[in-house]
Write a protein that binds this ligand. Sequence first.
Ligand code: SF4
Ligand code: SF4
Length: 359
Amino acid sequence: MLERIYRAQRTMSAACETLGRQINIMEVCGTHTVSIFRSGIRFTLPDRIKLLSGPGCPVCVTDQSYIDAVLALSERDDCLIATYGDMIRVPGKGGSLETKQPHANVKVVLSSEDALQLAKDNPKKVIVFVAVGFETTAPATAVAVKEAEAEGIDNFCILSAHKLVVPAMRALLSEKNHKIDAFLCPGHVSVIIGYGAFAEIVKDFNRPCVVAGFEPMQVIEGLAEICRQLNEGKAEPKSIYNAVVTEQGNTTAQEAIAECFETADGYWRGLGKIAKSTLKLKDKYSRFDAFKKFNLTETAGGERNGCRCGEVLCGLIEPQECELFAKNCTPQQPVGPCMVSSEGACAAWFKYGRKKRTQ
Ligand code: SF4
Ligand code: SF4
């Protein structure tokens, strides 16, 4: 193990020397962010390697206008909102689902299956499933929709905010932050889409895209592989998470997504509107589409006063550069979503990064 760490460190140092400048590597997954902090990797890297926490947490990237739509539905007596736990704490303009409880009609669920079961158990309410997450959770949502269709369950619908990772990476490089030198690509998402999905980023932007697992050794070797490519002037899509990530990914899950969803332009917190970056239900499943059922439209939401989550998610600032960090904004009282989710960059910095900051 030590030999592997030393080898990786030598590769990283060599790249720093060859390039002679700061190397910016963005991790596009909240679980990587947490793993990097928890294991202390961030503070053992050569000074010239800078890690940026990107738009990798589903909670963080969900636009405020979507939260506001959920809040409005939660006030309707004929609706019951079924949501993953993290989402109830995300602030919209008028509070959060948590602050609206016990008056709001909200139930925390662990899966889309649980949401469907709620519909079966509550025939007098319309269950609105808060369908968020990347390609990792979209297949399960698709399965629930298909099941609702097969069983003729009419009081179930989804408010889809499912997002696609590759269009976000493209938007980052083309508009928001062209200083990103490479991506440490998300492990779980890549299980579904395959590392081959990043080939278009490599081809169009000439940036290394390397998938790694979440164990510290995987992260270190993923960063070393990126540095090896940069040092050799190459850019390739690659996975070192060979146990579960193939080039093609999970085609059964991809088919489940393709059966129910089509891509649509969508809003991301901090990144704005990104072409073909979200999943909307196909017309044949429109009766399960909460946007259509309740005549809702998604618009661009702003950010709450002083919150700089948008810049954090684009890798333009570190959380500690936000004036509210650890003062008005803490995991107990989050102002923005990056402080809500345990995978959010601000929450990770708050929990693991502050000690180093004050040294
Ligand atoms: S959904 Fe999966 S890939 Fe995305 S941030 Fe969470 S763990 Fe990482
Ligand atoms: S510290 Fe709080 S207010 Fe500042 S960017 Fe992070 S979540 Fe937003």
